[in-house]
Design a protein around this ligand. Structure first.
Ligand code: SAJ
Length: 403
């Protein structure tokens, strides 16, 4: 059976490649013709460990990249689901758009799996009616992705997965397709439970990070070492506090909790509060920068250098990144643009972005570490003798200042 994967971004592309590499007949579809032609030309479209080798294997096994939806009996939709800025509700328009295109061509009784993260009830509210209106009989399923950028391929194979469907037979069929490459446990459930459990997983992480960030502020207030306190607390067998940092970015953890806040504003108080704590971290970092500038006699923020533009270490993804949030706060306050450098980002996205680490350091009287890339860990000696604000706790003795 031919599997069609729709949406060739951070999730769809590795999934399609993994399936093809494991012997499935895969057609990979994206409406972005430019992206498709880059893939057809053999270009891997984002940086992730192991992806080039997997790409080569999948193309060797005959994966096809196209903008045309093929007629088949099995589709996986992995398109983005942003949230609407004002209402904080999920914007399922990419999913419904992909669904409409699939419904035009699919075989009768086709299985359509949504992998994109959606808020609980979205399939019933927005996807199912489309299928019903089409007059075609299709079987819907939800198999939310769980892989973490930076370790995607390992997690794609080894993580447990959830598959929600209306009946057991569909669930088993979807399971058999995923089992071609997934070694983790595959749990079958209903669609709403699958939708909710995915959002809950990311919300749990957001709340835990918010707790760590709040602890960092409390410890800053009274001169305590938050990292040492978390390290000790985590020795307790039932305590596992995450790490404080300059904020939460990426397209998952900083987005998904809003789905619950948007749909359940009366109930989701803690979830909203955690989001607000995390969103306020870049402003807290700016306060730290101001304090240190005053201490060091640094005149204005043009002599400050921000290391790292991505939302976390060793990825090239800058979506919702704490650094971009910090730059926006600085701009809002009319502060001179700081120097910016990220070894993982070659395109120009910030005003005063350097592409040479040495030149960046020369332009910075205060280096603010916002991402703990491996590059930095390998070049810690270059920070010797400099004023460093380390928001990620990766510089050891090289940093005088933390958050
Ligand atoms: N962060 C901290 N402190 C921590 C851990 C993370 O400040 O202790 C920050 C990161 O620097 C980053 C943000 O949080 O800015 C999110 O990074 P992350 O590594 O925690 O997660 P993501 O967004 O890369 O991936 C998450 C994962 N979800 C969970 O771990 C519950 C992943 O498994 C999901 O597949 C992914 O969201 C998704 O697509 O939903």
């Amino acid at each position: 059976m031919r599997v069609c994967v729709v949406g060739l971004g951070y999730i769809g592309l590795p999934t399609a490649l993994m399936m093809a590499a494991h012997g499935q007949d895969v057609t990979a579809v994206d409406y972005n013709a430019d992206l498709v032609s880059r893939l057809q030309a053999g270009q891997v479209t984002f940086k992730e460990g192991g992806l080039p080798a997997l790409f080569a294997e999948a193309t060797g096994r005959g994966i096809r990249f196209t903008s045309e939806y093929p007629r088949t009996g099995f589709y996986i939709i992995a398109v983005p689901t942003p949230y609407m800025a004002d209402s904080k509700k999920v914007d399922a328009s990419y999913v419904t758009g992909a669904m409409a295109s699939v419904l035009e061509v699919c075989e009768d009784d086709a299985v359509i799996v949504v992998e994109s993260t959606i808020s609980p009830g979205t399939i019933d509210r927005e996807i199912r009616p489309l299928a019903e209106k089409s007059g075609k009989h299709v079987r819907l399923a939800h198999a939310p992705e769980r892989i973490i950028p930076g370790n995607m391929l390992h997690e794609l194979v080894n993580n447990a997965r959830t598959i929600g469907s209306d009946d057991r037979e569909t669930g088993e069929l979807v399971r058999s397709v995923y089992a071609s490459f997934c070694k983790g446990e595959i749990v079958l459930t209903d669609i709403r439970t699958a939708e909710m459990s995915k959002v809950v997983e990311n919300t749990f992480r957001d709340i835990n990070i918010a707790f760590a960030n709040e602890l960092a502020k409390i410890c800053r207030q009274s001169g305590m070492d938050v990292y040492e306190i978390i390290r000790i607390a985590n020795k307790h067998p039932r305590v596992n506090i995450l790490q404080p940092g300059p904020g939460v970015g990426g397209h998952c953890i900083s987005v998904d909790p809003w789905f619950l806040v948007g749909d359940y504003p009366e109930q989701a108080k803690l979830i909203r509060q955690a989001r607000e704590v995390n969103s306020a971290m870049p402003a807290f970092v700016l306060e730290r920068i101001r304090t240190i500038m005053a201490e060091k006699g640094i005149g204005d923020t043009s002599r400050v250098g921000l290391y790292g533009l991505t939302y976390k270490e060793n990825v090239d993804d800058v979506r919702e990144s704490p650094t971009l949030q910090l730059l926006a706060v600085m701009k809002e306050q009319g502060l001179p643009a700081p120097a910016v450098y990220d070894p993982m980002v070659s395109r120009d996205i910030a005003d005063r972005q350097y592409h040479d680490f040495g030149a960046f350091l020369a332009a910075s009287d205060l280096v603010v570490v916002l991402v703990g890339h491996a590059h930095l860990r390998e070049n810690l000696d270059k920070l010797a003798g400099r004023a460093v604000l380390d928001t990620r706790h990766v510089c050891g003795d090289m940093a005088q200042y933390g958050i």
